[in-house]
Design a protein around this ligand. Structure first.
Ligand SMILES: O=P(O)(O)OC[C@H]1O[C@H](OP(=O)(O)O)[C@H](O)[C@@H]1O
Ligand SMILES: Nc1ccnc(=O)[nH]1
Length: 503
């Protein structure tokens, strides 16, 4: 049918098109059916919503659909029912544990990007990958398909370095330090990050607190050619566009299937033209990889995938048994990262990890002799050169380079948990910390999160503060307190752990 476009100020996160009830009945269209909208040469897909807001002969276009194509008010377009895409059959194949062929993977990725697959089918794909996994041939095909369905960056500086964490560990603001350290040494590092997947703050969520993270590829090229680095959100670019779509399903389920994770990270690196890539695998209880053996196996997969893509990959297996630094949540992490860059000091875990990773990159990029990278990274951080570089990045990304970390607003609804007994902190539960910060509103509420006053091994006295929850609303604070009470985020034990009686 032909219909006249009416633009509706509706933004639901779903690609909805609104059709008049009588017309929908005649056209045999039902709620959530997939329809094809043809406007000249452009075709986009949307899901039907039936509404009396819309007159006969009209088609209501939501703001979500407008992101796919700039329809104009009153424009006449063709609306056609669209059958189930072929790629659904391939998703079912993966559900049954079968191996997918390259063309089948390409069809799934194409349909994700074209929005022919809806949230429900995409979640099924992600779930099937979580349960049945992918082998290296499938992962390589998925990575290339994810990169090639988007744009590629060609930066006029070589070598191109890159760093990426598989994430999972709370408070992982590390790469916000690594990038300016590496760039201050003269290397080029166009860093793209995702938003939070399983955590309470992805690097893109944290950087967004003090600078813009959404740029076009041309803008990124200009920024990186000028200052040698950027810290941007991959999802804003048409760069591996399937990634941000599948991440939405992953975030809702709080899962990150290994094969998809490899493809998510490496497709972004491939599309950015990265030549030397360092992958950080935080390892420990309550994160994505719990044992060093598993981390080694994953490291081999990253290196193998890199070879297939023509990239030189190294991997750092890092300690992820407790949060990094003392803060969790976008604004709190932004404060901690900027303060560490500004002063050259900060929590041991953050400084150690950041200089350790930056050191590997300095050696990979050939600016530090083998074994000297970490020392050089530390000097760059302590001399203030990394902060100078960060200020350039902030300025180029539309932020205020004279920002003071303490001026960054954090959630003013707070509650502090204290130690109910004296003893030593024997463990901090990563999952509980993430859960509390998310319940408090992170990452969407930038000021929400947790400030930790103790780390594993430290001695505490009864009544000492352990952590403060920050939220932007009382309701969120209450939810976080309830969550915290249900879990045991920080365990305190005396030196005598248990007494076993002689019975
Ligand atoms: O911890 P979760 O949310 O699962 O993983 C997502 C985070 O991990 C990566 O970190 P980085 O950008 O390399 O620092 C992603 O880009 C993102 O910020
Ligand atoms: N799955 C992912 C994990 C970490 N970073 C990403 O970009 N993607």
């Amino acid at each position: 049918m032909k219909a006249k476009v009416r633009i509706l100020d509706i933004y639901s996160g779903r690609y909805s098109v609104f059709i008049n009830e009588k017309e929908a009945r005649e056209a045999k269209l039902h709620p959530d059916d997939l329809v094809r909208l043809e406007a000249g040469k452009k075709t986009v897909y949307g899901s039907v919503v039936i509404s009396s807001l819309i007159d006969e002969g009209e088609i209501g276009i939501s703001r979500d659909i407008l992101q796919l194509h700039n329809f104009s008010e009153g424009e006449v377009i063709t609306v056609l029912p669209s059958g189930t895409p072929e790629s659904v059959r391939y998703i079912k194949k993966k559900m049954n544990g079968e191996k997918l062929r390259k063309v089948e993977i390409e069809a799934i990725v194409r349909d994700i990007v074209d929005r022919k697959l809806r949230d429900i089918e995409i979640s099924s794909f992600v779930t099937a990958l979580e349960i049945n996994g992918l082998d290296m041939d499938e992962i390589a095909a998925l990575t290339i398909a994810m990169a090639e369905t988007g744009d590629m960056l060609d930066i006029d500086r070589k070598p191109i370095m890159d760093v990426h964490s598989i994430g999972g560990v709370p408070g992982n603001k590390t790469n916000i330090l690594v990038v300016p350290i590496v760039a201050a040494a003269g290397l080029t590092i166009p860093k793209t990050s995702s938003r939070a997947i399983t955590s309470a703050a992805g690097t893109a969520d944290v950087v967004e607190v003090f600078a813009d993270v959404s740029f076009s590829l041309d803008e990124i090229k200009r920024i990186v050619e000028k200052v040698g680095a950027c810290l941007v959100w991959g999802g804003a670019l048409n760069l591996a566009p399937a990634d941000d779509i599948t991440i939405k399903a992953e975030r809702a389920l709080s899962i990150d299937p290994t094969g998809l994770m490899l493809a998510s990270i490496m497709s972004k690196k491939y599309a950015m033209g990265s030549q030397y890539v360092l992958i950080d695998i935080p390892t420990g209880k309550g994160v994505k990889v719990e044992s060093v053996d598993q981390a080694r196996a994953l490291a081999r997969d990253f290196i193998e995938l890199g070879k297939r893509l023509g990239q030189y990959v190294e991997v750092a297996i890092t300690y992820g048994g407790q949060p990094i630094g003392h803060t969790v949540g976008p604004a709190l992490e932004a404060r901690e990262a900027l303060s560490a860059l500004m002063t050259g000091t900060g929590p041991g875990s953050l400084i150690e990890k950041a200089t350790g990773l930056a050191g590997v990159l300095l050696e990979m990029g050939g600016v530090a002799p083998t074994g000297m990278g970490k020392k050089m990274a530390k000097e760059i951080l302590e001399s203030g050169k990394a902060w100078e570089k960060m200020k350039e990045i902030i300025e180029e990304q539309g932020g205020d380079p004279n920002i003071k970390p303490d001026d960054i607003p954090v959630g003013d609804k707070t509650y502090t948990f204290t130690a109910s007994t004296s003893g030593y902190v024997t463990s901090i539960d990563n999952r509980a910390i993430t859960g509390i910060a998310r319940a408090a509103g992170a990452p969407e509420d930038k000021g929400a999160g947790i400030e930790l006053y103790v780390k594993v091994g430290e001695k505490v006295k009864e009544g000492d503060p352990l952590f403060t929850i920050h939220a932007e609303s009382e309701a969120r604070l209450d939810q976080a307190i309830v969550f915290a009470r249900r879990t045991e985020p920080i365990r305190i034990e005396g030196m005598v752990l248990q007494r076993i009686g002689n019975i």
